[in-house]
Design a protein around this ligand. Sequence first.
Ligand code: GLA
Length: 414
Amino acid sequence: MKKLLASLFLLGISLTTMAQGNNYVQDYTKYQDLAMTPPMGWNSWNKFACNVDESMIKQMADAMVSTGMRDAGYTYINIDDCWHGDRDAQGFIHPDTKRFPNGMKAVADYVHSKGLKLGIYSDAGSQTCGGRPGSRGYEFQDAMTYASWGIDYLKYDWCNTEGLKAEGAYKTITAALKRAGRPIVLSICEWGNDEPWKWGQNVGHLWRTTGDIYNCFDCIKDHGSWKAFGVMQILDKQEGLRQYAGPGHWNDPDMMEVGNGALTPGEDRAHFTMWAMLAAPLIAGNDLRSMDKHTIEILTNKEVIAVNQDKLGIQGFKLSAEDGLEIWAKPLQGGDWAIAFLNRATSGKKVDFNWATQKVYDEINKLDAAFGTTTYKIKNLWDKKDKGTATTKKAFKGDIPAHDIIALRLTKTK
Ligand code: GLA
């Protein structure tokens, strides 16, 4: 009897222990509600590549405020590759002491004091694309470190990831960020290789859909083992992905090249407008300290930004493409629509958009502009002029120079 009681007692203990063990549920989901509209900010890579340091990052935060970009909605100052120093004897990562002599927390404090947020960069593999220490094997340690510095956004790249599975690797870093306890936006940067739009919704807040952008409007740059893509090439690669994006989880066609000198003002306008139409993250990639008038006007166009930041979070779609002229539509809250006429051709185009015959219908969201029964006021978002109403009696007419765009907001009146 004693023996039986003792065995029952032991069984009880082990069941309790097992039950406790089973109570642990690993949380592989991101912090929700961090990017309910597409993230807006700046990133160092497109313009500066590896040349990042504390004073430049602080100046960029200052410029984001003084140029009006912060007031227009830009929030994140993101340091890309090459900020890293070495890991210490315990494996903790430290910034390069020459580039960041006061440590990363000092940079975060400064950026926060300007009402902005700080982003940083790492890589799921053993090394970053720029050959700095990657987070493989250090995911939880790195996440804790970033949280202690006050980081708000992590871009997590995909170089040197031999043998890793993308979904698992990104779930690991998101779990690590969650455990570290600070809400940090996770930007998945694996170039669309493993279709992150299919598994990324609860893992990250945005995912790159393509390889790197190249600073041209319409070209492909062949780097040998990899290719980089011009603005139009990146745009074409977004085909078929809009159903995967929405509030909190965005397709990311890469950081912008607006203001980086290779594009004409018209091309910059077209690039910016199309990123807005795609509900893409608006991450500027130029030198904010020395922008010309055109660049500031483009990056701070509040009405185009409102199209991008619309609360419905619906990615726009192509209505038609003919002879280099594309027509795009994006449903907006309150029954409004944005319509963009993109001229990809190398000569000017005339627009003649007949509201009576054009059907503007979003098949995924079942939204219909129904011009026959709904009245819209038309506003041109670049020349800022009112263009009457969209009625089936009168077509919209306009001229678009080569590589430029007309963007309209249709505001529902009844
Ligand atoms: C990859 C990314 C880029 C940039 C570089 C940094 O190419 O796609 O956006 O972060 O690495 O090395």
